[in-house]
Write a protein that binds this ligand. Structure first.
Ligand SMILES: C[S@@+](CC[C@H](N)C(=O)[O-])C[C@H]1O[C@@H](n2cnc3c(N)ncnc32)[C@H](O)[C@@H]1O
Ligand code: SF4
Length: 453
């Protein structure tokens, strides 16, 4: 049910298409302290633990890029990193004891930049996943995020030998001046060396992240970066619009900048489709299956459904999802706050890991919203029959406002599925935030006021 303060979709479409990246729901800025904390043992007892995602967060980077709002720091010492890995080990032991018998069907090592760890640190983290959590890394799909200057042959071999089959590299642009303009000290030769190594080591799936809307970037230079990326035949490409605040830092008016980003998106999308890629979401493109003979041996594993299944996150900055609660540690971007949160994590007494202290409780309506949002923003769309099987109610009765998407030409409906149209897909961020509940919207706004003060 919409209240009068809720923004109308028509009005949202008048605003910038790039306000915030909607990649999950509810957003982490809607999490708050859980008082009293919630015991993981009771929480997970109610869950189906047969298809769980295991995620480990490494909040360290070689540099702090000017645009990045992820939970990470570039200022660390070897001792601090080792203390962090030890804390993740202690956390894993307590979490595993609390959640009990669990089948992990997917694994990801993300950040930050996991390969910022020395090889012994990476090994220790993989041991935690396998020995403490019981994840069978060689039998399930597993992914790792890397930056160009932090990979070498030994680290890549280790990750591949331990069963990871996907490596995702942040490149952003193949033009040095464009990345330097966002305080990313990276050179094209490092990117090319890293990509060549990733292929030589034999990762079946390589993903390249690129960003459009960078200072000094033009539509031509953007397409040039995509062309160079394709020389390495990545199985996946993410095209991210650059998000930064304040916009004035870009030296352009916001309207001009929106226009450039929209044109980059459209040109980039058409080019990738012409080169045999399929669009999976506004940002993600995947080589079309029948053109790709290098399929991953791990892809036959059980399928994880991000709309419905659970996730266990380890490390500071990682989120965990159950059907009724999303939880994590506190989140920050500013470096001093990040390091304070990390210090607190490192000093956490073991028994405190038995509880969720910070998060968001999802009622039945929020769970439905989450399902709709995540399905609709992906190319597969919202399958109305699956929705009914899952919730025993009808999506259009639960959320009558979905019909506005049809009226505005942002979605199409066949018997079974509601899909975004081409116009809807490029407006994913607007549609995503329009679908946020009033409660989540208000929590996000008060978080922002608090963090900006
Ligand atoms: C964890 S990083 C990838 C690995 C590694 N840390 C790196 O940067 O090379 C995640 C990706 O999110 C994207 N990203 C982060 N903040 C962004 C922002 N404000 N606007 C657009 N893309 C962003 C970047 O493309 C980045 O590669
Ligand atoms: S974009 Fe990657 S390397 Fe840069 S600060 Fe963010 S996580 Fe670190």
């Amino acid at each position: 049910m919409r209240t009068s303060t809720h923004p109308q979709l028509r009005e949202l479409l008048q605003e910038s298409p790039y306000q915030a990246y909607v990649y999950s729901y509810p957003h982490k800025t809607s999490y708050r302290a859980l008082i009293p904390p919630i015991a993981l043992r009771e929480l997970w007892l109610k869950e189906n633990r047969q298809s769980i995602f295991l995620y480990i967060h490494i909040p360290f980077c070689e540099m702090r890029c000017g645009f990045c709002n992820l939970f990470t720091t570039a200022k660390t010492t070897e001792d601090f990193v080792n203390a962090y890995i030890n804390a993740v080990g202690r956390q894993a032991q307590r979490v595993k004891a609390a959640i009990g018998e669990t089948t992990f069907v997917r694994f990801a090592l993300g950040g930050g930049t996991p390969t910022q760890l020395p090889i012994a640190g990476l090994e220790a983290i993989l041991d935690i996943a396998e020995e403490k959590m019981g994840a069978k890394l060689s039998e399930i799909p597993g992914s790792v995020e890397v930056s160009p200057a932090t990979v070498d042959r030994d680290k890549l071999h280790l990750l591949r030998d331990r069963g990871l089959d996907r490596v995702s590299i942040g490149v952003q642009s193949f033009i040095d001046s464009e990345v330097l303009a966002v305080q990313r000290s990276q050179r094209v030769y490092q990117v090319e060396t890293a990509l060549t190594l990733m292929r030589e080591v034999g990762f079946p799936t390589i993903n390249i992240d690129l960003i459009y809307g960078l200072p000094g970037q033009t539509v031509d230079s953007w397409l040039q970066s995509i062309r160079v990326a394709l020389q390495f035949q990545p199985e996946e490409i993410y095209l991210y619009p650059l998000y930064v605040r304040p916009l004035t830092g870009m030296g352009k008016s916001s309207q001009e900048w929106d226009d450039i980003r929209l044109e980059c998106y459209r040109e980039g999308r058409s080019f990738l489709i012409s080169q045999g890629y399929t669009q999976v979401s506004m940002r993600m493109f995947q080589i079309t299956a029948d053109r790709d003979s290098r399929s991953s041996p791990n892809q036959a594993g059980p399928i994880y459904c991000c709309q419905a299944d659970g996730m266990v996150g380890l490390g500071c900055g990682a989120r965990s999802y159950t059907s009724s609660l999303h939880y994590s540690y506190e989140y920050a971007v500013e470096d001093q706050q990040v390091r304070q949160i990390l210090k607190d994590f490192i000093n956490t007494p073991a028994q405190s890991f038995d509880y969720a202290h910070y998060g968001f409780q999802l009622d039945a309506q929020e769970s439905r919203r989450r399902y709709i949002l995540l399905s609709l923003l992906a190319q597969e769309g919202l399958n109305l029959v699956d929705y009914h099987c899952h919730f025993t109610t009808e999506a259009f009765l639960d959320f009558p406002e979905l019909s506005e998407l049809l009226q505005l030409g942002l979605a199409d409906r066949d018997n079974q599925t509601l899909h975004l149209t081409e116009m809807g897909m490029e407006r994913s961020d607007n549609i995503g935030s329009w679908l946020f509940s009033e409660q989540v919207r208000q929590l996000m706004q008060t978080y922002q006021m608090h963090s900006l003060s």
